[in-house]
Design a protein around this ligand. Structure first.
Ligand code: SF4
Length: 413
């Protein structure tokens, strides 16, 4: 039987059954605070020049209008959709079914260039690639492409930077630059598909390979950019006018923006939902995930349970295991207790050994500690599996590549 969870006193270094607990603290970085001295949360995107409007930002009807405005018959929109969403090209020379006169202008107007590749890092085996992209206004974002047996997953960014200010996260440390447009999100998938088709992702299992799974776990808090993220998801799953992916293969994650979780549950798109919890107690979570000051652990878990009730889709709880910080046996027990209090069979837990920020106290838990954490949850009847940390050797933690690039650019100035 699992031990009863016991919460230690709040001290800078706590003794928890002989295990040191380091309280969240940052190194060489000043966390931005609001007027009341709490970690600053940025929900609104700073005003910057908007990216050019692209086919993927528009509904099918708006695409026809746009093409008509450019002086062409509406059916050209369908041809452009096919080139972009089926053949993954924005190159006018591939589009010989469009009239040669004015083709370049038409394509530039409807499929403007959105992402410029700055860098590409690949693992030795070639089955993981990390992209660094520059947006039209110079903002940098990342995506990570991963081949697994039977599936190919792309981790996409939904914002340049992030306003959620989580102290263990390289992206959070840089603040929010701006929301990404729906098309900037979709373009990450289209570019990955084009690369896979060209043989750029290790050994192919079959000739028609493409991205099968999307996880919104790159830069940004997806639900803070709700409308654009949902437009991108609609385009991803649209079989007639989009990429035709399965909604179940798309995972939208959040640190717990409760009203937006409820909104997501009411959408008629059964995506997989993941709550990045990282601590089962408000005392620690207030510091690890500053948005917890708005919506507490219990509120976030209630909203996650509601997601299951409305969609029938089992919810994932993401839990980055951070050495001596949130990986104590009593926290595994408390997490199990809180999940079981909301019923059985609605949730599974994915502990993820933290991808450390270089040179940081934010380190991954010991393997034996990870195993004990998982065992306690499983013994309590909560299905729990450790997620692999692909891309660790290539600055896999979100925001690290951008931070490195910005440092280099600053040094060169
Ligand atoms: S962990 Fe996620 S929500 Fe928190 S700052 Fe980083 S990107 Fe934003």
């Amino acid at each position: 039987m699992a031990d009863t969870p016991q919460r230690p006193a709040n001290t800078a270094v706590r003794a928890t059954g002989g295990v040191r607990q380091v309280r969240p603290k940052t190194e060489g970085w000043q966390q931005q605070k609001d007027a009341e001295g709490r970690p600053l949360l940025q929900f609104a995107s700073p005003k910057r020049g908007k990216p050019p409007v692209h086919l993927a930002d528009l509904t099918p009807e708006q695409r026809v209008e746009k093409v008509t405005e450019l002086g062409l018959p509406g059916f050209r929109a369908k041809q452009l959709e096919k080139h972009y969403f089926t053949h993954w090209t924005s190159d006018p020379s591939d589009m010989t079914d469009l009239p040669a006169a004015g083709r370049e202008e038409l394509v530039a107007g409807v499929l403007p260039s959105l992402l410029t590749e700055v860098r590409r890092l690949q693992t030795d085996k070639g089955d993981t690639i990390k992209f660094l992209w520059r947006l039209h206004d110079g903002a940098l974002v990342e995506s990570v492409l991963m081949r697994y047996p039977g599936r190919i997953t792309l981790c996409v960014s939904s914002q340049a930077g992030c306003g959620m200010n989580c102290p263990f996260c390289a992206t959070g440390q840089a603040g929010l630059t701006r929301n990404m447009s729906a098309a900037e999100i979709v373009e990450q998938v289209v570019r990955a598909n084009a690369l896979i088709r060209a043989g750029g992702l290790g050994r192919a299992e079959h000739p028609d390979e493409r991205v099968t799974n999307i996880v919104f776990m790159g830069m940004g808090e997806p639900l803070a950019n709700y409308a654009r993220v949902m437009q991108a998801v609609r385009v991803m799953v649209d079989k007639k006018h989009g990429l035709g992916m399965s909604a179940r293969g798309i995972t939208v994650s959040t640190v717990g923006l409760v009203p937006a979780i409820r909104k997501l549950a009411a959408e008629d798109i059964p995506v997989t939902f993941a709550l990045s919890l990282h601590a089962p107690d408000d005392e620690l979570r207030d510091e690890l995930i500053p948005v917890n000051s708005r919506w507490k652990v219990d509120e976030a878990l209630d909203a996650a349970r509601e997601y299951f009730d409305r969609t029938g889709r089992r919810v994932s709880i993401e839990y980055a295991l951070i050495r001596d910080m949130n990986d104590h046996p009593w926290r595994a027990d408390l997490l199990a207790e809180k999940l079981n209090a909301r019923g059985r069979g609605w949730v599974h837990v994915n502990p993820i050994p933290l991808n450390p920020t270089p040179g940081s106290v934010w380190d991954a838990s010991e393997r034996s500690v990870q195993q004990e954490f998982v065992r306690r949850l499983n013994d309590a009847g909560v299905p729990t599996t450790i997620r692999d940390t692909r891309g660790k050797e290539i600055d896999g933690a979100c925001g690290q590549l951008v931070a490195t690039e910005e440092d280099q650019e600053a040094a060169a100035r």
